[in-house]
Design a protein around this ligand. Structure first.
Ligand SMILES: CC(C)(COP(=O)(O)OP(=O)(O)OC[C@H]1O[C@@H](n2cnc3c(N)ncnc32)[C@H](O)[C@@H]1OP(=O)(O)O)[C@@H](O)C(=O)NCCC(=O)NCCS
Length: 294
């Protein structure tokens, strides 16, 4: 029997957070608020009113939208709940003329493939219990607000950097997501930074707090050296566990993560249902914001 799917409201956030903790995911209440404000959340409740399954959508760009937070209580799995929620998300996005896209865990990929989703980029999740600031080739490791890392001056993000940051991000991600980036900047004030070379912003790094770790991302940079310089800067300002979801193809960046004490935790696959596959530029998108945001 089909379970009714209802909108996820602010009052449901504690119930949704229970599913996040059960799955060992990293999102906090601010993430659910973001979905409710900028997109929409969905839930299925059990007989006793408990939230037993969730999903969320975000209008990522004019042409595509993100599906995420597909979580089913362990006691209610393999009964079609994820598939039903997925279908509701797909209908909403397609009614908005947006191609549904997502970053799938290996288990999620098994649900999405039968629905017609096709594989795109491979993404690697890296985690460090406590990251180190590893020296970079040609870099002068300077601890503090400003650091000269190789060819780049890396400094905290300033208000006047926004036009350059958005101009770098839009082609990298495949759409203008200025509102989302501003949210992430407000949650990463201690470490949000830009890399400048010859007066031009060549890269930026944002992030956010999480349930079990600080997430660094997105990281957008004109090359991997620039991304490594941004990473080194951020790591001087972050304490405790850190997560980075990097595109698997960036090997120099992966070496820098390893040198900084990160290890691979799992893989994700970027997937889309239909469309032309125009989801940004993997030359300059070094790390995503997170699988739930793209
Ligand atoms: C992945 C998850 C959302 C699936 O939820 P679910 O409600 O059990 O999924 P469904 O019942 O709709 O499954 C539909 C089909 O997907 C496949 N599938 C689902 N879970 C699977 C798994 N763990 N391994 C392999 N195939 C799986 C099966 O083909 C299944 O059909 P079947 O039960 O008739 O064999 C759930 O296991 C979960 O919350 N996992 C932890 C969080 C997570 O990884 N979410 C996905 C994020 S991308």
């Amino acid at each position: 029997m089909a379970h009714p799917i209802a909108p996820l409201l602010r009052a449901d956030i504690p119930g949704a957070e229970r599913l996040v903790a059960q799955a060992g995911w990293n999102q906090v209440a601010a993430d659910w608020e973001l979905f409710i404000e900028l997109g929409a959340g969905f839930k299925v409740v059990g007989d006793d009113g408990t939230v037993i399954a969730t999903a969320a959508i975000l209008p990522s760009s004019a042409s595509f939208g993100w599906i995420s937070m597909v979580l089913v209580d362990t006691a209610h799995r393999r009964r079609g709940l994820a598939t039903q929620l997925l279908q509701a998300c797909i209908e909403k996005l397609q009614a908005q003329q947006r191609v549904p896209a997502l970053d799938a865990t290996p288990a999620g990929r098994e649900v999405y493939r039968p629905l017609g989703f096709r594989d795109g980029w491979a993404i690697t999740r890296w985690r460090a219990a406590r990251a180190l600031v590893a020296p970079q080739e040609g870099a002068h490791a300077v601890k503090g607000a400003h650091a000269q890392n190789g060819a780049y001056e890396v400094r905290p993000l300033r208000d006047e950097d926004w036009p350059a940051v958005r101009a770098l991000d839009a082609p990298a991600f495949g759409g203008d997501r200025g509102t989302l980036l501003a949210r992430l900047a407000s949650r990463s004030r201690e470490f949000a930074c830009v890399a400048v070379s010859r007066g031009r912003v060549e890269g930026f790094l944002l992030g956010r707090d999480g349930r079990s770790a600080t997430q660094l991302g997105p990281i957008v940079a004109t090359n991997e050296d620039c991304a490594c310089a941004l990473l080194a800067h951020a790591l001087t300002h972050v304490e405790g566990p850190v997560l980075v979801d990097a595109l698997a193809r960036h090997e120099a960046f992966a070496r820098q993560l390893t040198a900084a004490g990160f290890a691979v935790e799992r893989g994700y696959t970027r997937m889309a249902l239909g469309g032309e596959g125009d989801f940004g530029d993997d030359n300059v998108l070094i790390a995503i914001a997170g699988p739930e945001l793209g």
